[in-house]
Ligand binder design. Structure first.
Ligand SMILES: NC(=O)c1ccc[n+]([C@@H]2O[C@H](COP(=O)([O-])OP(=O)(O)OC[C@H]3O[C@@H](n4cnc5c(N)ncnc54)[C@H](OP(=O)(O)O)[C@@H]3O)[C@@H](O)[C@H]2O)c1
Length: 231
């Protein structure tokens, strides 16, 4: 039976690469994104993949669109990847922060992945693989924070880690594993051109980590190269 993978935020960057690589290994992929028609690369991938690749309109901050997912995706979901995210305003020092942009980043990076998970968890529970992924960031690590700053993005990913850890504990008795993953510093719109690795390398590693994810490693904070990250 073909594996079913659901990915959010597939218009570009890591989400698009996740779709490419899972399609090339033969999975059925549901790619969720805000405006599929605005991404030429996504449309080309859809054209070449055919029925194997379904595009689903989804803004992860819109509750109605999230609820709609349970009707659009009929099969059990082997791997749910909460990838969509934003960086928010950058370069703000502690005396420049304001409430609204911060709340928006928390909404997209922390609350929305939980809402998407809530809507789809029953379908994950019905599947063979039973895996839920939170695309986090090393920037959410306290132990790794040597430079300060980046209050908004760091706090949103640290809070996402807390969500992923509780989910791992709460879903263990249903056989569902939760991976809290760091893709590395990657050359995407978010990572910029000076980033250390390309999307292909990051996602090759992320796929391997997901493959090895089990109930034993559920709730761990793991990098794309398989190494554990300090909380
Ligand atoms: N690149 C890195 O170095 C790096 C490092 C650590 C962690 N990450 C994490 O990895 C994930 C992917 O990052 P990336 O580098 O691929 O970023 P990216 O190139 O900026 O792409 C972000 C994706 O998220 C989507 N998105 C944003 N807000 C959304 C919303 N409200 N609803 C639905 N989709 C939304 C975007 O869709 P639109 O095209 O519609 O805007 C886009 O497809 C993020 O969670 C990010 O925090 C990235």
């Amino acid at each position: 039976m073909e594996r079913v993978v659901v990915v959010t935020g597939v218009s570009r960057g890591l989400g698009l690469e996740l779709c490419k690589q899972y399609l090339s290994e033969g999975a059925k992929v549901y790619g969720c994104c805000r405006s599929p028609e605005q991404s030429q690369q996504l449309l080309e991938l859809k054209h070449s993949a055919g029925y194997q690749f379904e595009l689903v309109p989804l803004d992860i901050t819109q509750p109605g669109m999230i609820q709609n997912l349970q009707y659009v995706i009929e099969e059990p979901i082997d791997i749910l990847i909460n990838n969509a995210g934003i960086y928010g305003p950058s370069g703000l020092s502690y005396d420049q922060l304001t409430v609204d942009p911060w709340m928006e980043v928390l909404r997209v990076n922390t609350v929305a992945p939980m809402m998407v998970t809530q809507a789809l968890v029953e379908k994950v529970a019905e599947s063979h693989d039973k895996k839920i992924i939170m695309m986090s960031s090393k920037m959410g690590s306290m132990g790794d924070n040597q430079k300060g700053g980046c209050y908004i993005y760091r706090s949103a990913k640290a809070a996402l880690n807390a969500v992923g850890k509780s989910l791992a504990i709460d879903l263990a008795d249903r056989g569902i594993s939760v991976g809290i993953l760091n893709p590395g510093w990657v050359q995407t719109d978010m990572g910029g051109s000076s980033a250390l690795i390309d999307s292909e390398t990051s996602i090759r590693g992320i796929r391997k980590v997901i493959e090895q994810l089990s109930l034993k490693s559920s709730g761990h904070f793991i990098s794309y190269d398989g190494s554990l990250i300090t909380w």
